[in-house]
Design a protein around this ligand. Structure first.
Ligand code: HEC
Ligand SMILES: [Cu+2]
Length: 358
């Protein structure tokens, strides 16, 4: 018994250690990045506390009854007083659950309506321009596209948002159901193929700084063999920085011209191998979304990852281009390329130079 207990406590201790690692500010729902996540965490705390309280009270009453009313020595034949029906008790155990349920439901319903309120999404100023920032999120088998309809720009994999304001999202999917989730910023929401879901998130400047201005996002709906690799990042920067980025993106109507010979060679390889048929290299890809079958590479030089998952460096980029299937089974690029080491070098040089701003 003692041994078992010791082992169990050890296991729990280990689990505690493992769980302690879950508190990263860029990833954890327990470290809310803004209003939405805070509201949801508060709900979590309210419901957990109520449930713990109920368990405690029940266990205590149970133990008291167990010990106080058990058969005692010398009283084997004593029959205790028989009680049938008690108004007092019945009222108590009806009223208390009602109160508990009310204190659960009132804040939950209030928060549900508050967080589901996207009215301001369509609010316009006197010139007819939308006031809020809206991002169209399109989820695809294993990559994400982020379109800013009012700014006329598109990016992929790295979502860029301003801090300290509501950012509204139109969510949809182009192939199968996915789910858009930035754990630190709020609960997930499904991206469907036949309707658009809408919600908003808020990223506090302070929290963004703490997280290194980079939050992690995930697909939260099992969508295929590489579902677990369907990651994205959220760069949360100040309004000023966001505007600078957006302006640079808007100016990027023509491809950034390669500066070195190697990069120029890479550009040629890119065009000759039809990479350009799927990937746009300008931020204002005018093709309809059905034709946008691959991540927009206009700002690829500023990405935080290659293909959403690999550390961003030349080696990984080349390995990805050579054999994407190895890293994300079932992805929609191609199985394997037939490129020489030279061509890969040139492609990497070219792609890593695609930056809308330094
Ligand atoms: C059939 C369309 C298609 C072609 C052709 C294609 N790609 Fe892709 N590419 C994709 C898709 C789809 C993805 C996203 C894969 C994923 O992450 O699941 C992708 C991802 C990438 C990425 C990672 C992008 C990012 O944002 O991290 C790079 C880099 C890339 N491709 C380079 C190339 C190069 C270079 C070529 C030409 C040799 C090429 N691709 C040809 C469809 C294509
Ligand atoms: Cu998925």
């Amino acid at each position: 018994m003692g041994m078992k207990f010791g082992r169990l406590s050890f296991l729990f201790l280990l689990l505690t250690l493992v769980l302690a690692g879950c508190g990263e500010p860029f990833l954890s729902t327990l470290k809310p990045a803004g209003e939405v996540a805070e509201t949801q965490l508060t709900l979590l705390f309210i419901s957990t506390s109520i449930m713990v309280l109920v368990i405690l009270v029940v266990v205590i009453i149970y133990l008291i009854v167990l010990f106080r009313f058990r058969r005692k020595k010398g009283e084997e034949n004593k029959i205790p007083k028989q009680v049938e029906g008690s108004h007092k008790l019945e009222i108590i155990w009806t009223v208390i659950p009602i109160l508990l349920l009310l204190s659960l439901s009132v804040p939950t319903i209030a928060a549900t309506f508050k967080l589901g309120d996207v009215k301001d999404m369509d609010k316009v100023d006197k010139d007819g321009n939308r006031e809020a920032l809206v991002v169209n999120v399109r989820a695809n088998l294993y990559w994400w596209e982020f379109e800013y309809p009012d700014l006329g720009i598109i990016t992929s994999q790295d979502l860029v948002v301003p801090t300290d304001e509501k950012v509204y999202f139109n969510l949809k999917a182009s192939d199968v159901k996915h789910s858009f989730w930035v754990p630190a910023a709020g609960g997930k929401m499904d991206t469907n193929t036949d309707n658009e879901n809408k919600f908003y998130l808020v990223f506090d400047k302070e929290k963004a700084d703490e997280a290194g201005n980079l939050f992690y996002g995930k697909c939260a709906e099992l969508c295929g063999p590489s579902h677990a690799y369907m990651d994205f990042k959220v760069k949360a920067v100040s309004r000023d920085e966001f505007n600078q980025w957006a302006t640079a993106m808007q100016k990027n109507k023509e491809e950034v011209q390669p500066t070195s010979d190697l990069a120029k060679q890479g550009q040629e390889v890119f065009q000759a191998n039809n990479c350009i048929a799927c990937h746009a290299v300008t931020a204002n890809d005018a093709r309809p979304e059905t034709a946008r079958t691959a991540p927009n590479l206009a700002d690829f030089g500023n990405r935080t990852r290659v293909a959403g998952i690999l550390e961003y460096n030349e080696e990984n980029l080349k390995a990805w281009i050579q054999n994407p299937e190895k890293f994300k089974p079932g992805n929609q690029m191609y199985k394997e390329a037939n490129l020489s080491e030279e061509e890969l070098d040139a492609l990497a040089e070219y792609l890593m130079g695609l930056k809308v701003q330094e």
